[in-house]
Write a protein that binds this ligand. Structure first.
Ligand SMILES: Cc1cc2nc3c(=O)[nH]c(=O)nc-3n(C[C@H](O)[C@H](O)[C@H](O)COP(=O)(O)OP(=O)(O)OC[C@H]3O[C@@H](n4cnc5c(N)ncnc54)[C@H](O)[C@@H]3O)c2cc1C
Length: 402
């Protein structure tokens, strides 16, 4: 097993560092540091995306002819690690990381020409319409119907938890085009313009007071048949392809290392100590870091993601949740002050009037500890709940051990 970087990788790392030093402004870093949700607010993510786009670095895994970088796994990992360590905001994944790869794989030439350039440039913003009020883990039970009417489908139904639907220009949806006995059959992958008559968005305000998720209602929405990606009734194949992207290719450890180190600084500044628990958590994060490096080295050598992607998702999200518990404990002297104006971006809470001076009680980092704690509970739910991931691991182990 080879985990050392090549001279070429190290030269690339230096190139990335030079770019970050020149382009990652203090304003962008401050906005990223203030995030309490896993998703950067669209204006922040898009401002960073424009800079990456100008450099040609917005889509690390896409082919060059489609405007991507076609980097090796090692380069992608180095890029992700360096941008995280430098404090860059994450890009919105729904277009670049989900719908884009699907279009590249299953889209027609016309669909690629129409949708990929504005997705790369950040001129069109995407959201994901998979989950429904009664279909989450059991996604194949989805009910939103799309009935054929000539060159169009008439779509009626509801999607829920739709991240950033209130900003999105387009939504990619799984819809039921035909009723068949097996629920996985008869589903299609459909691109819907959010401005189409009959589409409405209702906010879901989270416990932290932020508006990131939504319910999207479709009331007899007319969508061209040409907007189906892949074959009609075979959307499950497309959905499975996308979910592999959602699960793999992500490194949790670099941001966890950064957060735990920041917490140590905050503890020192406020005269607090929790050495045993910090050391224990830091050790587990280091172990995750080693596993992620090993996983990426395997991918570089042609291995399939396999069940390790599930293990890394469980470890990454649960270590993050434990870290938020320590962050809240460190902020305890101040967390009782209700200061949603300080938890921007995402705030302020509707109807809450921020004090004119914009100042709060206690250090600024303490104000985001509790919203971050609340939002982080979602880490073990989205992108396939951790119980489902454990089920995948169990099936793998049961098969392997006969
Ligand atoms: C912050 C956030 C953002 C999201 N963004 C989006 C988005 O942009 N687009 C989108 O389409 N969806 C989004 N989702 C929805 C997300 O994908 C679902 O919440 C998730 O798939 C779980 O579905 P559910 O909420 O219906 O829970 P359920 O599937 O009803 O699960 C409830 C509980 O039962 C457990 N469970 C269910 N089945 C099994 C099983 N077979 N074995 C063991 N345990 C099981 C689950 O683990 C969970 O604990 C988001 C969710 C969150 C929290």
């Amino acid at each position: 097993m080879q985990l050392a970087w090549s001279a070429d990788d190290l030269a690339f790392r230096d190139e990335v560092r030079a770019f970050l030093a020149a382009e990652l402004t203090p304003e962008l870093k401050m906005a990223a540091a203030g995030m309490t949700s896993v998703y950067a607010p669209p204006d922040v993510a898009l401002a960073w995306q424009k800079k990456l786009h100008a450099r040609g670095w917005v889509a690390p895994s896409w082919p060059v002819e489609a405007g991507g970088c076609d980097w090796s796994v090692a380069r992608r990992y180095i890029f992700a690690r360096e941008t995280t360590e430098a404090g860059a905001p994450p890009l919105s994944p729904m277009g670049l990381g989900m719908c884009g790869p699907v279009l590249l794989h299953y889209g027609t030439e016309e669909q690629k020409r129409r949708f990929l350039p504005p997705m790369l440039a950040g001129d069109e913003f995407w959201c994901q319409g998979y989950s429904e009020p009664n279909s989450g883990s059991d996604l194949a039970s989805l009910q939103m119907k799309a009935e054929r009417d000539g060159d169009h489908f008439i779509c009626t139904g509801r999607k829920i938890w739709t991240t950033h639907a209130h900003y999105a220009d387009w939504i990619f949806c799984l819809v039921r085009t035909t009723r068949m006995e097996k629920p996985q059959l008869g589903i299609s992958f459909l691109l819907i313009d959010m401005k189409t008559p009959g589409v409405s968005v209702r906010p879901i305000v989270s416990l932290s007071g932020e508006h990131v998720q939504n319910e999207v209602i479709f009331d007899e929405v007319r969508v061209p048949v040409a907007n189906v990606v892949g074959r009609i009734d075979d959307g499950w194949t497309v959905a499975k392809y996308l979910m592999e992207f959602e699960r793999g290719g992500h490194a949790y450890a670099p941001s966890l290392v950064k957060r735990v180190d920041t917490l140590v600084v905050h503890l020192a500044e406020t005269g607090q100590k929790m050495p045993g628990r910090i050391a224990a958590l830091r050790t587990e994060i280091e172990a995750l870091d080693a596993l992620e490096l090993q996983f990426n080295a395997g991918l570089s050598n042609g291995a399939a993601p396999g069940p390790m992607a599930s293990a890394l998702k469980i470890l990454g999200t649960e270590l993050s949740q434990r870290l938020t518990e320590l962050e809240v404990e460190a902020a305890l002297p101040w967390v009782e002050a209700y200061q949603p104006h300080l938890t921007l971006p995402g705030g302020p809470v509707p109807g809450f009037k921020a004090p004119a001076d914009g100042l709060g009680v206690g250090p600024a980092w303490a104000a985001k500890a509790f919203p971050k704690y609340l939002n982080d509970r979602a880490g073990s739910i989205y992108a396939g709940t951790n119980e489902i991931q454990r089920g995948i691991l169990w099936q793998y182990l049961a098969r392997r051990n006969g």
